[in-house]
Design a protein around this ligand. Structure first.
Ligand SMILES: C[S@@+](CC[C@H](N)C(=O)[O-])C[C@H]1O[C@@H](n2cnc3c(N)ncnc32)[C@H](O)[C@@H]1O
Length: 217
């Protein structure tokens, strides 16, 4: 049967100011996290973001009475986010590929936005550009490993939402949503793809994608 892609509309409004050292950083808005936490979790649920960034997932989870857990590799971002969380001990300044060694509990829900890499670039954001790990293939291989480790930290039946965008740089097009979907699909089961249309969007950013997976192992 033909599945209709669900379309949801969410305001692209950043409710918390970014820190001055990341004023221009793109992150997803609080309303996106709120939508998925309302849909998939109850009070007290353990909510995980292995690429916590500026903490949107963790702040909204805490505001909604869920227990936030996260990983962020960048020291400055980690300190800024941890400094504002009640559950700051649950945020780790670490590489997400090492998540199996962090003694995290089994999670009820995950929403995350991985670092993006255009196909034609060599600089691999998962290794801070280390030339030994250059290139898109190595980026996808590492994302596949991270999603496998993530799956093993999720409760059976738990939902994982991956927010991502396809990328265009001039003549270069990167089907990142498809490729991250394949990487995650090696360990998690794809349930749906949601197109999120931003209300009041920036002119060059009208919509995004959310891939919805379940951990069925
Ligand atoms: C797209 S941002 C996440 C933004 C986040 N959703 C928010 O609302 O702020 C991706 C984050 O992953 C972090 N990161 C990059 N490589 C990482 C790794 N190997 N392990 C953990 N975090 C990493 C980056 O420093 C960045 O903050």
């Amino acid at each position: 049967m033909r599945e209709k892609t669900p379309l949801i509309k969410i305001p692209f409004t950043l409710e918390r100011p970014n820190p001055p050292f990341e004023a221009g950083e793109i992150r997803y808005p609080e309303a996106l996290v709120r939508h998925f936490l309302k849909t998939y979790t109850k009070t007290g649920a353990k909510v995980f973001d292995p690429f916590a960034g500026l903490g949107t997932t963790l702040f909204v989870a805490e505001e909604m009475g869920r227990k936030p857990f996260g990983i962020e590799a960048d020291r400055k971002r980690y300190e800024w986010v941890a400094g504002q969380l009640e559950n700051w001990q649950n945020l780790h300044n670490a590489d997400a590929s090492k998540l199996a060694s962090l003694h995290l509990p089994k999670m009820d829900f995950c929403i995350t936005s991985p670092p993006y890499m255009p196909k034609h670039h060599k600089w691999n954001p998962l290794f801070a550009g280390n030339p030994k790990h250059a290139g898109y293939d190595k980026y996808l291989a590492q994302m596949t490993r991270i999603f496998k480790a993530l799956a093993s930290r999720m409760k059976r039946g738990a939902t994982v939402v991956i927010q991502a965008d396809n990328l265009r740089h001039g003549a270069h097009y990167t089907p990142l949503v498809r490729d991250l979907g394949i990487a995650a699909g090696a360990s998690l089961t794809l349930q749906n793809e949601i197109i999120v249309e931003w209300q009041n969007p920036k002119p060059d950013y009208p919509y995004t994608h959310c891939l919805i997976f379940k951990n069925l192992t």
